[in-house]
Design a protein around this ligand. Structure first.
Ligand code: FNR
Length: 183
């Protein structure tokens, strides 16, 4: 069984990306167990806070969950053609202290997917993660892509992924990621 930790980069209760993460969890891909995490409770990175109080509890807890996983799945929104600050901030915290980066990210398989109401489905935010993941020494999985565009229509009012094509693409993406981790 491959265990993946998925993190949604949006704090919104009605987030399309959190809904996509839940759809991934419910996709019931054989041999894949997906846990969902959010970024609630993570403060803004502040070096003074770090020096005074160390790594915040919410960050330490998320780190522990990443380290217990076989792979990480970043479910990223796109803001202004880039990574939302909330998500980058969390990863910046997760990279502290620098001496622990290898343990959290080093050689860890990481996949990226995302959903947006627009026509491009977070393609630029996904690309913007690449230099970050390279810097962290993570093993970016480039074997598949999932961009849920026009996501306002792909999910119903309860956040269920109702677009059949997107559901198929999601299952295919997850199975590919699972196979890559197994290999
Ligand atoms: C956006 N949105 C957006 N969408 C997109 O496809 N490309 C973009 O560059 C942007 N830029 C952008 C900036 C800011 C500040 C906001 C608040 C939003 C729209 C965005 O995709 C939409 O709000 C999603 O619903 C956000 O993801 P969640 O919260 O639904 O997961």
């Amino acid at each position: 069984m491959v265990r993946i930790l998925g993190i949604s980069g949006s704090l919104r209760a009605g987030s399309l990306n959190t809904a996509l993460l839940h759809a991934a969890r419910e996709a019931a891909v054989p041999g894949l167990e997906l846990e969902a995490a959010t970024l609630h409770g993570i403060p803004l990175y502040d070096g003074d806070l770090e020096q005074r109080e160390g790594i915040p509890a919410a960050v330490a807890a998320l780190k522990a969950r990443i380290m217990a996983s076989d792979g990480l799945l970043l479910v990223t929104p796109e803001y202004n053609n880039g990574i939302p600050g909330v998500f980058k901030n969390a990863v910046d915290w997760l990279s502290r202290p620098a001496s622990g980066i290898a343990e959290v990210f080093g050689d860890r398989p990481v996949a990226v997917m995302g959903a947006s109401p627009g026509g491009f489905g977070t393609i630029l935010a996904q690309d913007a993660w690449l230099p970050v993941l390279r810097t962290l020494g993570a093993r970016f999985w480039a074997g598949g892509r999932l961009m849920v565009s026009k996501a306002g229509q792909a999910f119903d009012a309860d956040g269920r992924l109702v677009d059949d094509r997107a559901r198929q693409q999601l299952a295919h993406f997850l199975a590919g990621y699972r196979d890559a981790i197994e290999r």
